[in-house]
Design a protein around this ligand. Structure first.
Ligand code: ADP
Length: 162
């Protein structure tokens, strides 16, 4: 059985994330989407529990996908779960340098796990949680960018915080 993990902040999940998760679920037998804390953006709009809940609702119909939270290092989480691969999404060139550095560092920390890059569907390649929050805070329509099942909850929270 092959196992992949899809790590990220998911603050909140977008259609870009979901597209990456769907691709991972096609390539691997089992997928764990893991919400992690990015030290560069420690204070989120959504709590880790809320992010996990939103992702669970979006992936309910994907039988080989589970959702988890981990507060430590990704390389350690990959070791604990015995993951074969870390699946990351690449947006434009802007993501490349950072992702390249992370992939090489993770390989040093845990030589047993490979990083695999996929792209999101063309419609969502530019999308980020930050853009969704910016649009939502200013009262814009984010329905095109976040999965329908969690749209109401995401809009309510972003407006409250904005
Ligand atoms: P962000 O907060 O920038 O949206 P995350 O840290 O939650 O991103 O991202 C988790 C993973 O999902 C990363 O590998 C990121 O590159 C990827 N990702 C996020 N949005 C997209 C997208 N629209 N297309 C491709 N990959 C994406």
């Amino acid at each position: 059985m092959s196992l992949a993990i899809c790590p990220g902040s998911f603050d909140p999940i977008t259609k870009g994330h979901l597209s990456v998760i769907q691709r991972a679920a096609k390539l691997f037998d089992e997928v764990i989407v893991v919400v992690m804390i990015n030290p560069k953006k420690p204070v989120g709009c959504f709590t880790p529990d809320e992010r996990v809940d939103l992702i669970k609702r979006c992936t309910e119909n994907m039988k080989n996908v589970r959702v988890d939270f981990y507060a430590g290092l990704l390389a350690d989480y990959a070791r604990i779960t015995k993951a074969d691969a870390i699946v990351k999404g690449l947006r434009a060139v802007s993501d490349f340098e950072d992702e390249f550095q992370q992939a090489l560092t993770n390989k040093q920390l845990n030589p047993d796990v490979e990083t695999v890059f996929v792209t999101a569907g063309a419609d969502y390649m530019y999308l980020s949680s930050s853009i969704v929050k910016q649009i939502g805070e200013l009262g814009g329509d984010v329905s095109k960018f976040v999965p329908e099942v969690v749209y109401d909850d995401i809009v309510k929270r972003i407006k409250k915080k904005g």
